[in-house]
Design a protein around this ligand. Structure first.
Ligand code: AMP
Ligand code: GLY
Length: 420
């Protein structure tokens, strides 16, 4: 098969790595890709938000299956356009992608199907929103309704912080994404992520993970896109998993189908677990980044059999072949991230690292300049390891980190601490 992956981060490098190992894969193209992806696949410069351009490229290259990595093309209807053109596609329609693209839509679906989640109210008027915050008090959570590249959520520990976030979001600071806000009850507990393939009818859980969103050790400091992750997530015990599937995922998928907008792709349920019960924090309609890196490390080549079956609507007959293993990924970021950071610093030592099914350095934001790898983003490398225990995976990941010579970068040294 000729397979096209859309995206160019660590998530897509991990997808490409797993898919490339599957015997069904003849030709693999990633658009736009990055310097790490270019070592195992062809990279193509196309605008992945331009549905017509993606369809034309897929037709010209006789692509048999498209795997959409990030949320933006999904929200822009790229999967719809591909399916309309008769091209097999993994990823939800724009209508189903609203589960991520609109926080108030996700809440409305939870209401309709009875999925447990934080209590909420929606506002487009700043004065009414501020009154609501004064009535409810802090801590309280303020969210821009639309996609805001991970920056649209403020967990406000004080009323003043909440009022500031309201002024920011409804004051136009978030553009279209902030025309409406959702104000939520603050949920206590431990967070974990559940990844479920859905083909519109059948569903199949393919793994759990926990990430570390804060920049600093001990999960302190500013929020980031994720500084590391591991899989499985011990807090998602069999019992909690069953409850989350029964009360949250299955009713959501059924409600989406009932509305005539079935969900096809990977549903990523962000969960808050307190006293052995999960409530939904949010939905994403794609793999997490860096969670995908640990999931792909554990699934390996079978990932494409599952993705393929999902896209073809035959998940019902599929199962995951689980190994009793653990995977962990450490994000190496450019100094300054998540604030302003410099691009272009050289990264050395990558060629000497022997990569195999237990150790991979996925590239999140790199480029090649005069034969050397340089940093080209905030999150730059995802040093990923797999082993029989989480402690061994952590040791192998950090031993690999220590072989990378990159003075312009940093990482947290405690990824996995909650589970260890
Ligand atoms: P994201 O939307 O991925 O940027 O992440 C938002 C983060 O904010 C989540 O991962 C949670 O840690 C936190 N969060 C969102 N909603 C709530 C809530 N209702 N209660 C507590 N924490 C929340
Ligand atoms: N790691 C969180 C996300 O992908 O949204």
């Amino acid at each position: 098969m000729n397979i096209l992956i859309l995206g160019g981060g660590g998530r897509e490098h991990a997808l490409a790595w797993a898919i490339k190992q599957n015997p069904k894969c003849d030709r693999l193209i990633v658009a736009p890709g990055n310097a790490g992806i270019a070592m195992l696949a062809e990279c193509a410069e196309i605008d992945i938000l331009d549905a017509a351009a993606v369809v034309a490229f897929a037709e010209e290259n006789a692509v048999d299956c498209v795997v959409v990595g990030p949320e933006a093309p999904l929200a822009a209807g790229v999967a719809d356009a591909l399916r309309d053109a008769g091209i097999l596609t993994f990823g939800p329609s724009a209508a189903a992608a609203r589960l991520e693209a609109s926080k108030s839509f996700a809440k409305e679906i939870c209401d309709a199907c009875g999925a447990p989640t934080a209590g909420y109210a929606r506002f487009s008027d700043a004065r009414l929103a501020a009154e609501h915050v004064r009535r409810q008090g802090a801590p309280i959570v303020i969210k821009a309704d639309g996609l805001a590249a991970g920056k649209g959520v403020v967990v406000a520990m004080s009323e003043a912080e909440a009022l500031g976030a309201i002024a920011d979001m409804l004051g136009g600071g978030f553009g279209e994404a902030g025309r409406e806000i959702v104000i939520e009850e603050f949920m206590k507990g431990e967070e974990a992520s559940l990844f479920v393939l859905c083909d519109g009818t059948d569903i199949l859980p393919i793994g759990t993970a926990q990430d570390h969103k804060r920049m600093g050790e001990g999960d302190r400091g500013p929020n980031t896109g994720g500084m590391g992750a591991y899989s499985p997530a011990p807090v998602l015990t069999d019992a909690v998993l069953a409850q989350a599937m029964d009360e949250i995922v299955r009713p959501t998928v059924a409600e989406m189908a009932r509305r005539g907008t079935p969900f096809q792709g990977v549903l990523y349920a962000g969960l808050m677990i307190e006293r052995g019960r999960a409530r939904l924090v949010e939905y994403n309609v794609r793999f997490g980044d860096p969670e995908c890196q640990v999931l792909m490390m554990r699934l390996g080549a079978q990932a494409f059999d599952l993705i393929h079956a999902c896209a073809e609507g035959r998940l019902g007959g599929m199962q995951v072949n689980w190994a009793r293993d653990h995977a962990l990924t450490v994000v190496m970021a450019a100094t300054g991230y998540p604030g302003a950071y410099a691009k272009g610093s050289q990264i050395r030592g990558l060629e000497e690292i022997r990569e195999d099914s237990t150790r991979m350095v996925f590239h999140a934001g790199t480029a090649r300049r005069d034969g050397t790898i340089i940093a080209a983003g905030g999150r730059v490398l995802n040093v990923t390891a797999r082993a029989a225990s989480l402690a061994d995976a952590q040791r192998l990941a950090y031993a690999t980190v220590d072989r990378i010579d990159w003075p312009g970068g940093f990482c947290r040294r405690d990824i996995g601490w909650r589970a260890l």
